[in-house]
Design a protein around this ligand. Sequence first.
Ligand SMILES: [Mn+2]
Length: 366
Amino acid sequence: MKKLRKRLYENEAEMLGFKPKPTEKQRNTARYNITPDQWKKVREFRNEQTLAIIGTSTLEDSEGNIKLKWVKRNQDKEELLKALNSVVEALKEEIEPTTPIKYKSALNNANICNQYTLTDYHLGMMAWGEESGDDWDLKIAEKTLINFFSTAIQQSPNAETAIFAQIGDFLHWDGLDAVTPANKHVLDADTRFTKLVRVAIRVIRKIIIMLLEKYKKVTVIMAEGNHDPASSVWLREMLASFYENETRLFIDTNPDPYYCVTFGKNCLFYHHGHKKAINNIDSVFVSKYKKQFGKSEYVYGHTGHLHHTKMLESNLMTLEQHRTLAAKDAYASRGGYNSGRDAKVITYHKNFGEVGRQTININMIK
Ligand SMILES: [Mn+2]
């Protein structure tokens, strides 16, 4: 039989029939090889003793041999011990083993969708750190965006579905001249348009591969912004035909700058914010997507454009204006627009709406 090595007090050793050690020191540190049954006996003995014994006295002869031993017991404590034991017994009778906990399939991954929210990335913009706080150029922007997606994909919960919501101004400028399309304001650019187009295509393709590796189904919104009304068109169309055979990927090619994705009971809207601001956009979304809105229980609208966070809730939906990961250009810096830099992954549940979010700050991915 397997033996246990246990430290026993002198009286316990004696109880089991061992000869006590000759000296006080040896007795204090004595260890014995005992059977599990003997150990059980010792524990029972200890249980009985602990509460009730309040002290012991011994009478020794001139050679140190114990002649007499008194064990002082507390009558009340003995009674208490008995009472406690009966309570324990009663509790044991009343406790019924629980039935096994059922796995909630309503909380599994198929019911979750992660929205990678990216806006105003201003790829191709040039910012000089010394002047506006942080450097920004094509190289930095490409590296930062890949870092964002690898961090964000790693941090977001497992899910079957993802939305890549690019809400506009992905490209800083929109043609051979680096100017704003509407007012022809000259922009700080890095540098040649063909180079910008190449990097844009390359980085979006990399992101799509990363997303398809994690998700069974991916929807891509390439929203129009005021900086890239034409480039967002060719980006959407190019991606749609390039990935024609990728059945797990859906590229939204809607030419109207108001976009809608539904997921379970969620209705998700996107608009850059250049045509309609966050304060009165809810009715525009609803009027354009009455059917999708009517079937949904949780409704969210997402915008960008102004580079700073704003959240509000109307009677129709929750609205959120997002920050950007991009650095400030000289125009923003000189104008005193100093909002923080981050991007978010928002997690929606089919039945419960938004259930979580991951915020990736620029300093996590620099
Ligand atoms: Mn904008």
